[in-house]
Ligand binder design. Structure first.
Ligand code: PMP
Length: 354
């Protein structure tokens, strides 16, 4: 750290992204990316834009916003497009968290919430999940603060029913509840259907997972129009051209290809159920996942050791050192072929461990 770094960031602990190794070709099951190519339409439209890179992108992102709104069943005034959903999450922290409104989130959830709280100088309160890693809405009722819930949760994959989200929204209509639906397309039910009813709800989604566009950085927020206006003020005060030309057009292309999107989501769900069954037959405890990953542990081998042994064999999964989850690994669901390689390697490691 240089001597010039502002004191306000003295204690900042940056988010640690999953490894993106360059040294060798891994079966990469560690960052919840899609194993499938982006849609041909997304690629073709993005390519066209390369010839216009001398010009700024449309700050209002009119076409992309309209198409995204249509895809999720709302109006353009209910949508803000951002540079990954991480950006809309940061905007929400900037807009709705302060010294009177701390951020409330689970102890085991997306690690970025804690970092966003720190960089925005607001308190982040971790609320423990139940023993089985499910979330109890009652633990949030009566507490003051802006609530952040990943649904399905990461890294567990566990889904909170919409009825529970509604109960939380109803319990205090004066505070914002954010439902982060980065993984909702793999079997969850979106809370977007509730935005007309609750003006304290914000839903965030991403093109990174189900639409195979992690490298393009495209996400969005959905809420009532006053909230979207607040978030637009933050966007226009930080980075009006937050979504670049190639990404905006790739997003339009992806939305034109609903069949491809649906097919890929169905394949991931199928591969997830296959992987879960295989892991269970190897003695793993696999949490019930509605996402494009599973979270699993096996009493025969520590989480860290399994992670390291898989890495030696060219398979990368995600291990977290946090005490409560250190025996688990999070395994992204890839193609069936990738999952077969993963299961074979795991089997061999377990045989060696006996
Ligand atoms: N929310 C959750 C729960 C995530 O796991 C991720 C992916 N790391 C994100 C949001 C952000 O994804 P992106 O910025 O790629 O949209």
């Amino acid at each position: 750290m240089s001597k010039f770094f502002s004191n306000k960031y003295k204690n900042l602990t940056p988010y640690v992204p999953g490894e993106q190794p360059k040294e060798k070709q891994y079966v990469k099951l560690n960052t919840n990316e899609s194993p499938f190519m982006p849609s041909d339409k997304a690629i073709a439209l993005a390519k066209e834009q390369t010839e216009k890179l001398n010009l700024y992108s449309d700050p209002d992102l009119i076409e992309l916003t309209a198409m995204t709104a249509k895809a999720v069943g709302v109006n353009s005034e209910n949508v803000i497009m951002t540079n990954g959903s991480d950006e809309v999450l940061n905007f929400i922290f900037m807009a709705y968290c302060d010294k009177d409104n701390p951020a409330l989130f689970a102890d085991v959830t997306y690690g970025f919430y804690k970092v966003f709280a720190e960089i925005n100088g607001v308190k982040g309160e971790e609320i423990p999940l139940r023993e089985d890693f499910s979330l109890s809405v009652d633990d949030y009722i009566g507490k003051k603060g802006t609530v952040f819930i990943a649904n399905p949760n990461a890294p567990t994959g566990i889904l909170l029913p919409l009825s529970e989200i509604e109960r939380l929204l109803l319990s205090d209509r004066e505070r914002i509840v954010v439902i982060d639906e980065a993984y909702v397309d793999f079997g969850g039910k979106s809370a977007i259907s509730l935005i007309d009813k609750y003006d304290n709800l914000i839903v965030t989604q991403t093109f990174s997972k189900s639409r195979s566009m992690a490298g393009a950085r495209l996400g969005f927020g959905v809420a009532n129009k006053e909230i979207i206006r607040d978030l637009m003020s933050i966007k226009y005060s930080t980075n009006p051209y937050n979504v670049n030309r190639m990404t905006a057009s790739a997003g339009v292309g992806a939305l034109l290809d609903e069949d491809y999107f649906n097919e890929n989501c169905a394949k991931i769900v199928q591969n997830r159920e296959w992987t879960k069954k295989e892991l269970e037959s190897l003695g793993f405890d696999v949490l019930p996942s509605m996402a494009n990953f599973v979270f699993a542990k096996n009493d025969k081998i520590s989480g860290k050791e399994l992670y390291l042994r898989l890495k030696e064999r060219g398979v990368l999964v995600r291990h977290f050192d946090k005490e409560r989850i250190k025996e688990y690994n999070r395994i992204t669901i890839g193609s069936l072929e990738q999952m077969q390689i993963f299961i074979k390697a795991t089997k061999e490691i377990l045989e060696g461990a006996q």
